[in-house]
Write a new protein. Structure first.
Length: 634
């Protein structure tokens, strides 16, 4: 039984109510921030931040397989700027007069598909399409995502009021005082996995309620999770697999398809190719033998609707009667196609928010797998947990946390995820993967000592990996004695240190010359430049683009923020820490989980540029500086 607090609530209830309060704070903050930006921020700034395209060109419009009105659009300018549009996000349209006045259209649309410069949006009505078609100088921008918040609020309310059902039990087991339970099974051998991966898969099989696969960088979390799902499907007909982002859903779905598992992907993939599209709900819906009949019926209904505006009363009544019969037949066919698709699929995959999609209404799953659970808000996890009897979470709460915009909500605990709570309160439910296959041992060791109690081991094949003989795997280039200084460039972009960026590129050029152009291009040796600050990233990209030297290496150089590098790795990583000031302020760098991600992206060589005087006032960076400047050469 849960403990009661002084006002009569259980500690579990109090915990959930606190989360709900913080979520409302985040909601209100983000809503107000959106309004402020819409009113005060010019189009140029919005374009540079990646949440506006202007101007756009309208391409074809059509009804998609879900019978929704779709419009293709392409952006006509600023194509080199990375955007933040993705599937499921709401957008709004606007026009700009020659005088610069902006008028927003009185409707919102939803992104159905997007790549670098082309987007398909779902429009609410034919009237919306008609308005767009007679307008010029049109642009689009991201709209406040009310739907996602509403879905999270509903999920939290369901969890709080749950009584006498499986959701109420899971609530008490996951965040209350009830202990997780286990089945007795003779351990299964997986010779292709290491001992800790094998133990994790066995623990998934034995878990009756909840289990956490804790996967530090490079330890094969996805490999382990795929094996656990595959093994679970020997015992269960169908499972639900979710993640916070579309990219993470795509990644796990693709791995399962490679393993021969029939996947039904709810939502559109971020990367579009035949393999990825083949397991999407829409593509499978269109491929069903009954779809052509359904399409013809829907077409007939639309034609009859347009004709009903004219004609006599008796003609309209007759048309209504015929249309009613056609709609009944349409619904029957849609239900039949859906039942066939769900009967054939062994894995249903979606983002956490999309698990609330209407086509999943009323469906329950014996097991829910949540990948990258450490990047998901607790409320988002509960959306999917409502549909499951047991839960397996995979991720690493020592890496990137959820993105939270309201500082007060973050400080009060909104960033503390369900995975982290379970890992802290129910350690018996956690399996730590301990063998990593990415990094040279010296690069791994600092992260292992600071974040994982020294438990990580480098696999023998990567233990001493390096590019150059007699090279040190880690180098700190100290900018403390130079005239380098950070500059503030705006609230969202933060800081820039141009001198440090220029030095970073000089050192990268030197290292590339040491390796040799021919070897880099033949062996596809790749490089990453990471900075926690967007302004620094954009400056570095601009300098690389302008450089004649880097032109031939652009395909093997990636420049991005820490968040942009999550889940990725490179042979060589340069990190520009930017901060350089007299009072030791490091701001954003205080989030050590982000630094854990940054330093563990490197396979063979890690170079950090930073002002040791500024940074060493923080114990983490002091220790990292000491470690990197005393590491013995290979």
């Amino acid at each position: 039984m849960s403990n009661k607090n002084p006002i009569g609530r259980t500690t579990t209830e109090a915990d959930l109510q606190h989360q709900l309060t913080l979520l409302r704070m985040e909601y209100e903050y983000e809503k107000e921030e959106f309004k402020r930006q819409t009113i005060t921020m010019g189009i140029e700034r919005k374009i540079k931040r990646g949440f506006c395209w202007y101007p756009i060109k309208q391409e074809r419009s059509y009804y998609n397989s879900m019978n929704l009105l779709a419009l293709e659009i392409t952006r006509q300018a600023d194509k080199e700027i990375e955007h933040v549009f993705e599937y499921g996000k709401p957008i709004c349209f606007f026009t700009q007069s020659p005088a610069g006045d902006i008028r927003y259209f009185n409707f919102t649309a939803q992104v159905s598909y997007v790549d670098e410069d082309r987007m398909v949006v779902i429009l609410p009505t034919t009237q919306a399409l008609a308005e767009l078609q007679v307008s010029e100088r049109i642009g689009i921008q991201l709209y406040f995502d009310e739907t996602s918040y509403r879905t999270m609020f509903e999920a939290m309310a369901d969890v709080i009021r749950a009584k006498g059902n499986r959701l109420a039990e899971l609530r008490e087991i996951l965040i209350g005082t009830q202990a997780p339970r286990w089945r007795e099974f003779f351990p299964i051998r997986f010779p292709w996995l290491n001992a800790t991966q094998e133990a994790a898969v066995n623990k998934v099989v034995c878990a009756k309620d909840v289990m956490v696969v804790h996967g530090p960088p490079g330890t094969g979390k996805t490999t382990t999770l795929v094996e656990a799902i595959y093994e679970t499907l020997h015992r269960e007909h169908q499972v639900l697999v979710c993640a916070q982002s579309n990219m993470a859903v795509d990644w796990i779905s693709e791995k399962l398809v490679d393993r021969g598992v029939p996947v039904l992907r709810i939502g559109n993939p971020t990367r579009v190719n035949d393999k990825m599209l083949s397991f999407t709900y829409e593509r499978q819906f269109e491929s069903h033998p009954a779809y052509s009949d359904l399409w013809n019926i829907r077409k007939s209904i639309r034609e009859m609707q347009s004709k009903m505006r004219g004609g006599s009363y008796s003609e309209r009544e007759g048309a209504r009667s015929r249309m009613s019969r056609l709609k009944e037949r349409s619904v029957e066919l849609e239900i039949r196609i859906n039942e066939d698709l769900f009967a054939q699929a062994r894995v249903i995959s979606s983002t956490l928010v999309s698990s609330n999609h209407r086509i999943l209404n009323g469906r329950k799953f014996p097991t829910l797998f949540i990948d990258e659970a450490a990047q998901a808000l607790e409320a988002a996890c509960w959306i999917a947990i409502r549909k499951a009897s047991r839960v397996v979470l995979a991720g690493d709460h020592q890496q990137l946390p959820p993105t939270i915009k309201c500082y007060d909500a973050e400080r009060e605990g909104l960033s503390k995820t369900l995975l982290e709570k379970i890992a802290t309160r129910k350690p018996s439910a956690v399996s730590l993967l301990q063998v990593q296959y990415r990094m040279n041992e010296a690069i791994m060791q600092f992260s292992s000592n600071w974040f994982y109690n020294g438990k990580l081991q480098a696999a023998p094949e990567v233990q001493h990996r390096s590019i150059l003989d007699y090279d040190t795997p880690m180098t700190w280039i100290d900018t403390a004695d130079s005239e380098f200084r950070e500059e503030f460039v705006g609230e969202s972009f933060g800081r820039i240190n141009k001198q440090e960026a220029n030095l970073c590129l000089e050192k990268l050029k030197e290292y590339i010359q040491r390796i040799g152009e021919e070897r880099i291009l033949n062996e596809r040796i790749d490089f990453g430049i990471i900075s926690p600050y967007k302004a620094q990233v954009q400056y570095l990209r601009k300098k690389v683009k302008e450089s004649n030297f880097f032109r031939k290496f652009r395909q093997v150089i990636t420049i991005n923020t820490v968040d942009g590098f999550q889940g990725q790795e490179r042979d060589v990583i340069f990190i520009s820490l930017v901060r350089a000031n007299e009072n030791g302020q490091i701001g954003f760098l205080n989030d050590l989980r982000r630094m854990n991600v940054a330093i563990t992206r490197a396979r063979m060589k890690l170079v950090v540029l930073g002002d040791s005087t500024t940074l060493s006032k923080h114990p983490f960076y002091k220790k990292l500086y000491e470690y990197m400047t005393t590491t013995t050469p290979l």
